[in-house]
Every structure is written in C-alpha cells, then in structure tokens.
Design a protein around this ligand. Sequence first.
Ligand SMILES: [Zn+2]
Length: 328
Amino acid sequence: MTTQLSESPELYSIHITLPENPLKNLNCYVLKTLERNLVIDTGFNRPECREALLTGLAELGVALDRTDLFLTHLHSDHIGLAELFAVNGSTIYMNPVDYDYFCAIKRGEVWGYMEDLFVSEGFPADELELQLTGNQGRRYAPNGIFPITPVEDGQELRVGDVVLRCVTVPGHTPGQTLLYLPQPQFLFSADHILFDITPNISVWKGVEGSLASYLESLKKIEALPVKRTFPAHRKEGKELYRRIRELRDHHDWRLEEMLQAVKQHPDSTAFGVAGHVKWSARGQALEQFPPHHKWFAMGETLAHLYHLEAQGRVERRKEEGLYRYWAR
Ligand SMILES: [Zn+2]
C-alpha cells in the first residue's frame, strides 16, 4: 500500500507490515526525482516485508537500478532488506557509528557481551535462550554485511533537484541519523520522535549515557523549523514540538518512578527494579511478560538507572557477581 505525501518534492510512503510486532508497521519513504530516487529504510529481512517493499516500489514505478537507499539506524526493521539494494549497485547511505555497531553484531561481538551484562544486572539466565525466539531484531537482521557510503551530521545529500540534510541524533541508537529537507521544512524523524508510541531507549556495548544523548538530541530537533514530520512507525505527527515536550516529560517521570522504586526496595538488582515499575503491556506485571519483552524492559530500566547513577542520585555496587542499587 502506497500513499502520496507531497507533490513537490514528489514523496510517497510504503506501508511495510511488521507481523507480530507491537510497532505494527514501518513507513518506508520514497523520494522520486527525474534523475534518481531515494528510499528511506526497508523493513525486516522476512518475506512479508520484502513483498510489501517490492510491491510498493513497483506500484510507484521505482526501479532499483535508479534508486539509492538511506538507512536511519541499525535496527533490523530499518535495515533488514538493505542487501536488495546492495546487489543492484545502489548507494547505501548510513551513519558509520551505527554501521560499525551493526558490523560488530554480525561478527558476533555484541550479543554475548549484552547477555552477560543483563545477567549481572539480575536478568534470569534461564530465559536468555527463550527470549531469542521472540526477539525479531535478532531473527530478521540482514544476512550479511553490505557496503555503505558513510554520512555525517550536517552533510547535504542531493537527489535530483532535492537537497536533504543529515541530522545525527544519538540516543535511540548510538548514531541514528535523520533527514531534513530545509525546503519545504520536512523532517524524517525515524525512531527519534514517534507520535503514538515512545521510542525505546536502551543500553549499548561501549556507549555511555544513551538517555542523556537522547534528551540532548531532542533539543537539537526542537531548534529546527519543521512543517511536516514523517516518523518511521505509525501515523504522521501533527505537533512536533508538543510531542518533544511529552517525550521529555515521559523520561523525567520514568526516572522519578525508578528512583522511588530503588528507595523503596534498596539492594535490588536492575531486574528487581524493573519489577517494581509500571509497564504499558496491558497492565501485566513483569513476571508475566514473554521473555523477549522482559529483555526490552531490562534495556529500558538500565538506561534510566545508569542515568540516575550519572546524576549521582543512585549508587550501583557489585556483590557476588550481581549489581545492586541504592538511593543516595
Ligand atoms: Zn529503532
């Protein structure tokens, strides 16, 4: 299913279904010009997404050999089908920070480290295997490494007569990069700003302060004049600046909630803290979550606890192989 979003520039979205995923769909954006086309993000490496992408491109009369690809960040629902473009000789633009992290994942250098970290933060070791089945990011990643053309913050890309500017917004991933059209002030907000769900902020190997980076990156977008915002999931957002304030408030409130949980349950592990805060999954308690939801909840809890630790509001100590938290 395709939708025309604008006539000048000629811009469309393709609705890419994400089966059994709470995100529901990916908005793949297609910019058409007389010379070349640009696709932004692809969907997972699974048949349903491939079918939706190829059908959408055919409907729009977009041939892969006249089309380049921009990848906003390393999550598999965004880069899963990049190899389709690589074999057609398209230029694939991506921020090198996210690309290097993706390559490290493919070389097997990341997941073992994250699993050890999560277990040392209290995640039940016997559920590590179980969470793999439901973890679509791990199941539907690209098959291998593909070549990219690196982009950096502030860099301008030209597609036909359209100028796009790269805006790097670390937080949701270490090197997420958005595209901004100074004329007519359109922003592709990827997973940095979503409108009816809250972007997940987690922890990363070798990256400090994801939440602090995310909050900084919100300010960066707040300073940008934007007339229309095209997020990577769900519906187009109407009120960007109000949404930025809501997202900031959400994290302030979440930090406070976690701080109170640590105060009331001193000596808890991060997994213990996650069990004492509210989750939106139909009012379920953490213990009832499927294992891969526990994994995501754990990432979110750690991002907030590490932020509280950096602010000097909680303390983290390792005792007999497990990290435990106290309020200061
Ligand atoms: Zn994402």
